[in-house]
Design a protein around this ligand. Structure first.
Ligand SMILES: Cc1cc2nc3c(=O)[nH]c(=O)nc-3n(C[C@H](O)[C@H](O)[C@H](O)COP(=O)(O)OP(=O)(O)OC[C@H]3O[C@@H](n4cnc5c(N)ncnc54)[C@H](O)[C@@H]3O)c2cc1C
Length: 215
């Protein structure tokens, strides 16, 4: 989905990739590390911030933090609002750790030979080591069977998780919800759906609607 990603980018969203990144870090002797997120949905929005901070701690522990420039790019604008808003807080935490933030950078492709990330509108960022969160798409089987008809997942009713098929529901990362692709979301959706199914099957109780608590 992102030309050059497979050859050029590390990530930790799957075990094999995480192990490869671990070994690349072990042999990294200094330079510019880019951490970035794609356009569109990805799993666990706070995780790329955790990656930045873990890299900061890791290189401090190795006594070489001053030889490493850690930089983050995101498609989002610079966060604004109350200091305790999660994204504002995370942004501030990164800046406190001397991690530069590149906002509104929309990745188009990666050129692994020249070691640059190419963004829309001619913007580029060079790197020595690139960590990029992979974009998320529903499993192919969900497209093949017609349940998912768009890249963001299976269309659901936001209150009840019903799909357009009778007695078929979708929860978790495969559902097209205006919420994070996160376990905490899947969990709350599961609770509501389990309750409503119980009410329907037993005829006891009152159906409820999803009221997500998430960032
Ligand atoms: C690095 C990382 C950090 C994260 N950190 C957090 C966090 O701190 N907090 C948080 O809330 N969330 C976090 N998440 C997100 C969280 O893991 C997911 O949102 C959550 O697992 C979604 O659950 P799910 O059941 O919808 O999908 P999944 O957990 O992806 O489960 C889908 C399952 O379907 C299986 N499957 C796929 N295709 C087929 C098929 N054809 N046949 C049979 N089985 C199939 C897959 O193998 C998988 O087991 C993180 C994710 C990552 C990658």
């Amino acid at each position: 989905m992102i030309p050059g990603f497979t050859e050029g980018a590390h990530h930790a969203w799957e075990l094999d990739a995480a192990l490869r990144f671990h070994s690349a870090l072990g042999s990294f002797s200094g330079g510019r590390i880019l951490v970035g997120v794609p356009l569109g949905p990805y799993r666990c929005p706070p995780a790329p911030y955790e990656v930045q901070w873990m890299l900061d701690s890791y290189f401090k522990r190795r006594g070489m933090r001053e030889r490493v420039s850690i930089e983050f790019f995101t498609r989002d604008p610079e966060p604004a609002g109350e200091a305790h808003d999660p994204v504002v807080w995370m942004d501030a935490q990164s800046k406190q750790r001397n991690i530069s933030q590149h906002y509104e950078f929309i990745v188009h492709s990666i050129d692994p030979k020249r070691k640059i990330v190419i963004g829309l509108y001619g913007y580029t960022l060079s790197y020595d080591l690139l960590f990029m969160v992979p974009p998320h798409r529903p499993a192919q089987v969900l497209y093949d069977c017609g349940l998912a008809d768009q890249e963001t997942g299976i269309r659901v009713d936001y209150d009840t998780m019903e799909t357009k098929w009778q007695n078929v529901y979708a929860i978790g990362d495969c559902a097209d919800m205006p919420a994070s692709k996160a376990g905490v979301v899947a969990h709350q959706e599961g609770d509501v759906l389990a309750h409503n199914l119980k009410v329907r099957i037993t005829g006891h109780g009152v159906p409820t609607q999803l009221r997500l608590h998430t960032i």
